[in-house]
Design a protein around this ligand. Sequence first.
Ligand SMILES: [Ca+2]
Length: 392
Amino acid sequence: MPSPELPDTGRDPRWRRRAVTAAVALLAAGTTAPATAAAEPDARAGAQTPFTSGEAEDAETNGTVLGPDLTQGSLASEASGRRAVTLDGPDRYVEFTLGADANALTVSGNVPDGTEGTVTVSVNGERLDTPLRVTSEYSYLDTPDIEGSTTHHLFDHARLLLDRDLHAGDVVRLQPGTVPSYTVDVADFEQVAPAPEAPQGSVSVLDTGADPTGAEDSAAAFTAAIEQARAAGTEVWVPEGRFRIDSPLAVEQVSIIGAGPWRSVLLSSHLIDQTESAGGVRLRDFAVLGDVTDRVDDSPDNFATGSLGAGSEVTGLWLQHLKVGMWLTGNNDDLLVEGNRILDTTADGINLNGSARGVRVRNNFLRNTGDDSLAMWSLHAPTPAARSPATP
Ligand SMILES: [Ca+2]
């Protein structure tokens, strides 16, 4: 857990990722079932996800199967199932046979330190025009404060919306493209819905000047849309696009709705940072992609830091490349956190830090968090009556 409010433990607060870039395939309370189990959901097995997963080590391959291995610093130790497949060179492949319709692919993979480039995707033998882009930027993390630790070799999620609809029985092949080697842990396949219409009467961020290309900072345009929507008693609409947000947004008594986490992308490592809020915040159906490669505990480089206020909801978000997804202090009473994906954080997924009442965190999916996936603790807010009496 990040510990900006903890007494000095002598630990170096910086965990550094090396080179140009993630974490244990930790499936905490958001564990997904493997693809083969998707048809038989089991309420005891974790979240119901919008995708099905296939482990590379269970797929067809002419690559090298790693693991199982739990040795700290080994690549296999960070993999789902502690096993993965290394593809050394363009002739090596791993092939997944789909069990359901899909038009999108997310791969948890790893490339050698200091490299970035492409992975070729083929469907039923036909190479797709658009490759998967991969990087080592988030994958090599040093933790010098952990005595005896060696550089972590972490996986990182790369995603691709395909140019076609795939069906059960179709075969998707991955091969190194411009990268010298690619290690595949697990692949997620899903059917992404078309972009919905804007909610009737909503205020679009495009109408207040936001740049959907991601070239210009759209923070002021989002702030203007929030103020207009609040005054009109309506919602903020974030259409398809990539929106750079260079400074935090003040959110209270507002709904911000996107066209889905594959379509509406906010580029920010520091989207919300506030100690109090009047509450009533609803954040739904968009992605927040950061660029956090180091863990610096006194930096608020999280999706949400502090308080969303009472009665808020965070649903259908995709949060990636942040320090923490949600680092919550202050009033978050009756908060609902549901149906989100949190990937590749340098620290926790969600941390309820201090008092929290009536908070519901359910049906979320977390993979590759650098520290806790889901945590709660009563820092600075112990309840003496709740303490267990000392054991004689
Ligand atoms: Ca695996």
